[in-house]
Ligand binder design. Structure first.
Ligand code: ADP
Length: 440
């Protein structure tokens, strides 16, 4: 700081000295000293101007080369600018990270300004609501989302609850439901959150259907049983009638028992860990067991005209598969049971194991039954879906058999397939991946 007065004094003195040397009167020296001071002030102003102009550019890297106090001002300002640069870069990086985190969110996020225009939105929201995340910035959300439910919601200004609308890609065969919830924040700004609730709604619909189906399946036999109980209690019946009623009651009780057993199997399959690869099951043993069970069932169901049930001539006898014996048995006996139950008496049923094209194992059951029309095939594994409802009921079907087979196949990394033509019989197969197969 001392430098400026020193510089000014030096300018005055050198002006005065120059004046004294050039002229004789002391006035000349005084004028020359004043001129020296003016020159210094002008030079100082020039330096101040350069500093000011540089400050206006705000570039910390290209600072002017000035001396004395202005040099110090420049140095301090440069440090300040650099610190600000660093801070701004840090904030920018943090903002980038923050936005990247919101981008990664499975939920859609839209920031609306006080007029309802889009300030920012992530890709998920753009996908849900059909925005273009760049082109639609500054557009009014009310102009872009035309659903009347959303329009009323936005207009109503009551955002305690959200609303649901059809997603941009929704079609009758592929429904998509998007939940939208607006949260006001700051000064009249709004945070709009979107979520794809299609799977949730489907699961909820499935749960409702499932409960309704189970109730319906149980209600019918229960009504029959309670009707018979009332009859037995109130009417004088002959021994033969009593026996007939009790037999019918027994059949209904069996039906409920089967249903409960299948429901328990399904819930076990859903709730237990996937079978490991340490237990090896002999395919031949399993085949023989389910063939015997099928023959016994055929005798009961066909009353003297049993099916011709046999192992396929080319079945792989030495094959072993890794998985849960009880689950595989349950799946195979469901497939065999269906063949017996749906094939008319005297029909032919062939079952066996073969090596699939990919090197995996495939269990198959071929029957000469009624076959299944193509439109039913994709729905066969739905719970309680039946093609021939009355035949299913008559033969003790629960409508859950193929759902169990599909679950078992999936839990073993395999698949269930059906090939069928109306009137020409069906072939059901369950395939397991090569990793679960051992061929001796
Ligand atoms: P269900 O207990 O009614 O047999 P499933 O889930 O095992 O239930 O089978 C679903 C439906 O698929 C059955 O109701 C039946 O109409 C049809 N189905 C299954 N297997 C056969 C088959 N081998 N031949 C003809 N139809 C079959």
């Amino acid at each position: 700081m001392i430098r400026r007065p020193l510089e000014l004094s030096a300018a005055l003195l050198s002006g005065g000295a120059l004046g004294a040397w050039l002229g004789e009167s002391s006035w000349t020296a005084l004028w020359a000293a004043w001129l020296g001071a003016v020159v210094w002030v002008l030079l100082d102003n020039l330096r101040a101007r350069r500093v000011l102009e540089w400050l206006k550019t705000g570039e910390s890297s290209r600072s002017p080369d000035v001396s004395a106090v202005w040099g110090e001002v420049v140095e301090q300002a440069r440090r300040g600018l650099r610190a600000m640069d660093r801070k701004a870069r840090k904030s920018e990086a943090r903002l980038e990270e923050f936005l990247a985190a919101i981008q990664a969110s499975p939920n859609g996020v839209v920031l609306l300004d006080k007029t309802g225009a889009i300030e920012w939105c992530n890709l998920t929201a753009a996908e849900h609501l059909g925005f273009d995340p760049k082109r639609d910035l500054r557009q009014y959300v009310r102009n872009l989302v035309r659903d009347p439910v959303f329009a009323a919601y936005l207009k109503g200004n009551s955002f305690k609850q959200g609303v649901e609308i059809d997603g941009r890609n929704a079609t009758p065969s592929h429904p998509q439901r998007i939940s939208i919830h607006i949260h006001p924040y700051g000064k009249n700004r709004k945070l709009l959150l979107t979520r794809d609730v299609t799977a949730l709604q489907l699961a909820e619909a499935m749960r409702r259907d499932f409960v309704a189906n189970v109730s319906h399946e149980i209600r019918t036999p229960l009504t029959v049983v309670s009707g018979f109980i009332e009859t037995l209690l109130n009417l004088e019946l002959s021994e033969e009638e009593r026996r007939r009623y009790l037999t019918l009651m027994g059949q209904q009780a069996d039906r409920m028992q089967h249903l409960v057993a299948d429901l328990l199997t399904l819930s076990r399959l859903e709730g237990s860990p996937v079978p490991g690869s340490s237990e090896w099951v002999s395919c031949d043993d399993l085949l023989r067991q389910v063939l015997e069970e099928a023959q016994a069932l055929s005798v009961v169901l066909t009353e003297g005209q049993p099916h011709a049930i046999a192992a396929d001539a080319a079945t792989e006898e030495a094959m072993q598969v890794a998985g849960s014996r009880s689950e595989l048995h349950s799946a195979l006996s469901n497939l065999m049971g269906n063949a017996v139950r749906y094939t008319p008496p005297g029909g032919r049923i062939t079952a066996g194991w073969r090596v699939a094209q990919d090197g995996g194992a495939e269990f198959f059951v071929q029957d000469t039954g009624p076959g299944i029309a193509a439109e039913h095939l994709p729905r066969l594994t739905e719970r309680f879906y039946r093609v021939d409802r009355s035949r299913s009921r008559e033969t003790g079907g629960t409508g859950l058999g193929l759902a169990i087979v599909k679950h078992v196949a999936q839990r073993h990394g395999g698949q269930m397939r059906v090939q069928s033509q109306l009137g020409l019989g069906s072939t059901f197969s369950l395939s397991l991946p090569p990793a679960r197969v051992l061929l001796d």
